[in-house]
Design a protein around this ligand. Structure first.
Ligand code: ADP
Ligand code: ZN
Length: 757
């Protein structure tokens, strides 16, 4: 007897089997109402099972909450994979798959009443009504001029209902109920001017060709998917495409034309961007290109109301919205007939979710493309080393755009040695070098715009000497030692090595060695003094708290109402301002010395991306990079726009130390308001993990997290690495299941961790 295995909504992860009443079309992914104790609860069907003879009858499930399954079979499969791979519960994944707005029964489609005029009324009747019932005749006139002779009842004016009732009685007007969309764009925030495809240059055309070939392959593949021939590429999903295009090379145009081709094949398109609010230009370009079919474009962003989210989600599921643009969680958008997934800025760490389920949006996108048998393009000017190594291994195809689309050359990058600069300033920390000051003055004089960028990712917890640039490093791990104020020592967050804080620089004996750092507000202050006539604005998380503040500011900058824009990571992403000719990077090395093996990669990416904001119009761009470590490879390779050189050297380092992409790296963290208990718990777990630990798992030592106390909780962490992901996750899960944690300690497992603070 077939039964449905149902995961009950709620935090406790109850799974029960229910008998399926005759004729009820229950499949995995359906939402159902089931009896639980003496109430009805909601749940999701995970599986159909054949129930064994239990000696008693299963309770039947009550009914379907939705006539159709809300989770497709493929998404459910992706969900299972996520739960296994990241070591999290299926319930947490289902929550991610089905947004709250869709799951709750409080939400439903919004229905409106419309009045419809089926046929024009005979003129003599109109004349009669005109005298006898002028209100009714006015309504008929309104309807006869409305599109499709149809209007919402509410729009017919106050007190119209009696007249409409009478018209209905006379058989002149019909009332219907229709679902209406709560359109998030209905306010018409901005006007979208339609644009047309550009003639591609040779590199773009070649790139598009590869994408089209993949689209074609997946189309054939899906048609012949019954042919079981693993040898032939037909029937296999096409391999992912990595589109490495320098900043300004016109990747977006390739995306747009690939999207068009996909729609023309009758399929749908999913576009992932790192964050909607930080990539307004990409969103705008998709809107403009598909302006003719605006209602088929859905943009999923975080300030949709519950009702809007509900509507958008169902529009996507029904295949009405055929292009979906969204951040990380949009990877679960229930598009039918998915043909193409585009992941823009695929290297961005915002794709990694920092709450359960801790999935990586790009990696789930690759998995989803594989399950759906569709095409996937990962695009970036600075591909992640994970994706790049996949091209070297032949798992991904590599396509390159090496020239800027407008024929401009890449900006000239100057490296400024801040050690010399601080000598000039007698050991004090200079924020703006003389060179950068002069360059800024020039731009103001020429009425051109500048961007000043401040790297704040690694907030200065490493020790650096202002005169020689020396940074205290771990002798065993090639990462910077982290300064711990609480007990005045330096500590390696990979192996646990400890060192005393030097009184003088170990290299040049300068006693000025210190924690370095300054913020955007300080820069704004200095700049305002030095350029009193310039209009200066600041973009960072503090300044952008207010709703729409970011959009307004970017628009003002676009309109050239601002001369100098100061910002953090937030402005590094795909912005395009043709009048910007100078980009200053104030502290290129902060971030280079954080206890994170990706520090060099992040610095290279940031410098390349930020530099890419300069010279994107007619005017040539200049980039000035201030640094205490001018010879650091990440900075030098970025200066020469040499991704391959950087990748070669960095991959060698990763291989040597068994870091990703050559191993998976996971972090196990314990947290508690009781320091000792957090520490003791992690040590216990560490010991148990060591007992019959599968071969190939490299364990570090438990140690305090770089951010040792956060939100009042003490944090300890353990780094685990393994060539294969599954044995690692499984081993940790098994140990966690066997271990009873103290009540006030939380343990977090983060597979493929991207943050080590
Ligand atoms: P990327 O996303 O690779 O940084 P963009 O897509 O922003 O680059 O393109 C940079 C600029 O070049 C944009 O203004 C775009 O309109 C323009 N562009 C792109 N492709 C072409 C083309 N084939 N011909 C002319 N201009 C182009
Ligand atoms: Zn170490």
């Amino acid at each position: 007897m077939p039964a449905a295995r149902v995961l009950i909504d709620g935090p406790s992860e109850l799974v029960f089997d229910y008998a399926i009443p005759d004729g009820l079309p229950v499949v995995p992914g359906c939402r159902v109402r089931v009896p639980l104790r003496n109430k009805l609860s909601q749940g999701t069907v995970l599986d159909l099972v054949t129930s064994e003879d239990l000696g008693f009858a299963l309770r039947p499930l009550h009914s379907l909450s939705d006539p159709e399954p809300l989770i497709t079979a493929k998404l459910l499969e992706a969900g299972r994979w996520i739960a296994n791979y990241y070591g999290c519960s299926i319930e947490s994944v289902i929550r991610a798959l089905l947004p709250e707005a869709v799951r709750t029964e409080d939400n439903s489609a919004k229905v409106r009443k419309f009045a419809i005029l089926d046929a024009p009324p005979p003129p003599e009747l109109l004349a009669k009504l005109d005298k006898r019932a002028p209100k009714q005749s006015a309504i008929l006139a309104l309807l006869s001029h409305a599109p499709e002779n149809k209007m919402p009842l509410a729009d017919l004016g106050d007190g119209a209902s009696a007249s409409v009732k009478s018209l209905v009685k006379q058989g002149l007007v019909r009332l219907i109920e229709e679902e209406v969309r709560r359109d998030p764009e209905a306010d018409g925030i901005e006007e979208i001017l339609p644009d047309t495809p550009l003639a591609l240059n040779d590199e773009q055309a070649a790139a598009l060709e590869v994408v089209l070939a993949s689209l074609h392959q997946s189309t054939i593949g899906n048609q012949q998917s019954t042919i079981d021939n693993p040898q032939s590429s037909i029937g296999n999903p096409p391999s992912p495409i990595l589109l490495h295009g320098v900043t300004g090379s016109g990747k977006t145009e390739v995306y747009l034309q690939a999207a068009r081709a996909t729609l023309d094949l009758g399929k749908t398109v999913l576009v992932l961007v790192p964050e909607i609010s930080l990539t307004p230009q990409t969103v705008r370009r998709f809107r403009a290109r598909f302006a003719g079919i605006q209602e088929q474009v859905a943009v999923l962003h975080s300030n949709l109301s519950q009702g809007e989210r509900f509507d958008e989600w169902h529009r996507i599921r029904k295949g009405i919205a055929r292009i979906v643009i969204g951040a990380r969680s949009a990877v679960f958008a229930p598009l039918p007939d998915l043909g193409l997934i585009l992941v823009d800025e695929e290297h961005e760490n915002t794709y990694k979710q920092d709450q359960v389920p801790r999935y990586h949006g790009r990696d789930v996108a690759v998995l989803r493309a594989h399950l759906e048998g569709c095409t996937i393009v990962l695009g970036s000017a600075t591909p992640s080393l994970e994706s790049f190594q996949n091209t070297l291994d032949g798992k991904y195809q590599l396509v390159r755009l090496l020239k800027r689309a407008d024929g401009q050359s890449l900006p000239l990058i100057r490296i400024l040695d801040m050690r010399l600069e601080s000598k000039k300033h007698k050991g004090g920390m200079a924020i703006l070098s003389d060179r950068l000051r002069a360059a800024l003055e020039q731009r103001i004089a020429k009425n051109e715009q500048s961007i000043l960028f401040l790297n704040r990712r690694g907030f200065a917890r490493s020790l650096q000497c202002p005169s020689c640039g020396h940074v205290c490093m771990c002798p065993h791990c090639a990462v910077a030692l982290t300064y711990h104020r609480e007990d005045e020592r330096l500590c390696c967050h990979v192996c646990g090595h400890q060192a005393v804080v030097p009184r003088k620089c170990p290299e040049c004996r300068d006693p000025a060695i210190a924690l370095q750092g300054f913020g955007t507000q300080k820069v704004e202050e200095v700049l305002a003094k030095f350029l009193p006539s310039a209009k200066i604005a600041r973009i960072d998380a503090d300044a952008m708290r207010k709703k729409n503040a970011l959009r307004d500011l970017l628009n003002a900058f676009q309109a050239r109402k601002i001369d100098v824009l100061i910002g953090t990571q937030m402005i590094a992403k795909g912005l395009h301002f043709p009048n910007v000719t100078l980009v200053g990077i104030l502290n290129a090395d902060i971030g280079l010395h954080v206890p994170d093996f990706r520090a060099g990669e992040r610095t290279f990416q940031l410098l390349t991306q930020v530099a890419g904001r300069a010279g994107r119009g007619e005017l040539e761009g200049e980039v000035i990079v201030q640094t205490f470590t001018p010879h650091s490879p990440s900075i030098q390779f970025a200066r020469h726009h040499d991704f391959d050189g950087f990748a070669e050297q960095e991959l060698e380092f990763r291989r040597q130390f068994a870091y990703p992409p050559f191993a998976h790296c996971a972090v196990l963290t314990s947290r508690s308001t009781h320091e000792r208990r957090a520490e003791f718990t992690l040590q216990t777990l560490f010991r148990r993990l060591g007992e019959d630990c599968p071969k190939g798992i490299i364990m570090g030592e438990p140690m305090p997290s770089p951010l040792v106390r956060s939100h009042g909780q003490f944090r300890f962490q353990l780094m685990l690495r393994s060539k294969n992901a599954r044995p690692l996750t499984r081993h940790v899960q098994q140990v966690l299941q066997k271990t009873t944690l103290p009540e006030d300690v939380t343990v977090v497992f983060d597979m493929d961790a991207w943050s080590f603070t």
